[in-house]
Design a protein around this ligand. Structure first.
Ligand code: NAD
Ligand code: USQ
Length: 404
């Protein structure tokens, strides 16, 4: 049944698409722990990418079925599971009709920039999977659950690195004497990051045309692995990627330091991005759900807590590693990407703070804990997966297997 739009909107039932992944798993448990009724929707394709490319998480991860059985035995709480592809509209319709979500958190995309730049096939897959998946979610909301709030994971990378301050979604411009508030210009720099721009445009349009309520969370790079809930049992442990395709900057540097591999700074290392602790990812999503967008509103939040250059991260990890007796070196790797290596960067990020976010800033203790965590699992590291092998310039139509 459709919800009655005259009643105050208090979300209780949350569908987490991509709930078997890094951000989604932590978030699904957090929301379940906070008393929401949670369903995970995932086609497990991320586990399949790892098999195809010969990669693995630093941490051993249980199957989604064992993860959920464990969660129930530890907390007594049940999380529903729907295994399937959101690009399959029939499957998605059934999950909507069966679960009747008040909010959908959509993490379920191919999220690696290097993956999208391996070859033509991966570029096309990434844009198809991400753009069509999101379009299907929008149609499902319109058709089956028109008051449902879409909380969509976007990326800070949609904005690129302009030579002006980055606003939260919109910028007010005066042009030839007239003034308007317009979407902030987008300059994404991979087929993956571009898929998020296309998603944002589709969501903005359906908010206007159909009255969908949506929040686009332009998230920065996430680091860390532990959250209160994944700490409860070893079978609830989250994944931690350190390879050059799915591993992200700070997580990779901690694992590199733990195994004695030099830190891989690409190019000049002045590349600056917004970063946040995974404990803040779950907090931000919870805040967005608890304070829904209005019908027809397309809200954009910049979801990160601090900005760092790659050189700054390398120096922080070097210092933290030395305290643990590690000898940490840094190398400059020829940049496999096409991106500015020295640039202005100042991105606003106040809207989530205004909603009550209390950030976990990057501290010595977090670096210490992430380094110790990496040391604990260092025998699982395949050092062949550390150096980058995907080049933005050399992408072509020939299918690649990416043997290290
Ligand atoms: P992840 O790859 O660990 O998880 C994504 C999950 O979505 C996987 O479990 C995968 O199987 C599932 N999925 C993908 N396509 C699907 C489909 N068509 N149908 C059903 N399930 C599908 O990624 P993550 O790091 O958890 O990122 C989650 C979201 O957050 C992504 O949208 C990503 O763009 C965004 N994000 C991540 C980061 C980061 O640093 N990890 C930073 C900013 C934004
Ligand atoms: N970098 C290095 N050395 C490394 C790895 C990365 O110098 O070993 C540099 C990259 O060149 C880039 C920066 O660090 O300039 C960030 O790279 P990354 O791989 O950590 O992150 P990115 O490719 O931007 O993608 C990640 C997630 C993606 C999310 C994005 C947020 O995989 O899903 O959208 O972070 S953002 O960067 O804000 O767009």
């Amino acid at each position: 049944p459709q919800q009655n739009s005259s009643e105050p909107f208090k979300p209780k039932r949350v569908m987490v698409i991509g709930g078997d992944g890094y951000c989604g798993w932590a978030t699904a448990l957090h929301l379940s722990n906070k008393g929401y009724e949670v369903a995970i929707v995932d086609n497990l394709i991320r586990r399949h990418f790892d098999l195809q490319l010969g990669l693995d998480s630093l941490t051993p991860i249980a199957s989604i079925h064992n993860r959920l059985r464990c969660w129930q035995s530890v907390t007594g709480k049940t999380i529903e599971l729907y295994i399937g592809d959101i690009c399959d509209f029939e499957f998605l319709s059934e999950t909507f009709k069966s679960f009747e979500p008040d909010a959908v958190v959509h993490f379920g995309e191919q999220r690696s920039a290097p993956y999208s730049m391996i070859d033509r096939n991966r570029a096309v897959f990434t844009q198809h999977n991400n753009v069509i998946g999101t379009l299907n979610v929008l149609f499902a909301i319109k058709e089956f659950r028109d008051q449902c709030h879409l909380v969509k994971l976007g990326t800070m990378g949609e904005y690129g690195t302009p030579n002006i301050d980055i606003e939260e979604g919109y910028i007010t411009i005066t042009h030839n004497g007239r003034t308007d508030t317009l979407p902030f210009p987008k300059q994404a720099s991979s087929f993956y990051h571009l898929s998020k721009v296309h998603d944002s445009n589709n969501i903005a349009f359906t908010c206007k045309a159909w009255g969908i309520r949506a929040t686009d969370l332009n998230q920065g790079v996430v680091y860390g692995v532990r959250t209160d809930e994944t700490e409860m049992h070893e079978e609830l442990c989250n994944r931690l990627d350190y390879d050059a395709v799915f591993g992200t900057a700070l997580n990779r540097f901690c694992v590199q330091a733990a195994v004695g591999h030099p830190l891989t700074v690409y190019g000049k290392g002045g590349q600056t991005r917004g970063y946040l602790d995974i404990r803040d990812t779950v907090q931000c999503v919870e805040l967005a759900i608890a304070n829904p967008a209005q019908p027809g509103e397309f809200r954009v939040f910049n979801q990160f807590t601090e900005q760092f250059s790659v050189n700054e991260l390398a120096s922080l990890v070097t210092k933290a590693g030395e305290k643990l007796g590690l000898d940490v070196k840094t190398i400059s790797v020829p940049n496999p990407r096409v991106e500015a290596e020295e640039h202005y960067y100042n991105a606003k990020h106040t809207k989530l703070i205004e909603l009550g976010l209390r950030p976990h800033l990057l501290s010595d203790s977090l670096l210490d804990s992430l380094l110790n965590f990496s040391i604990k699992f260092k025998d699982r590291v395949d050092t062949k997966q550390i150096m980058p092998s995907v080049s933005w310039k050399n992408i072509g139509v020939k299918p690649k297997t990416l043997a290290a």
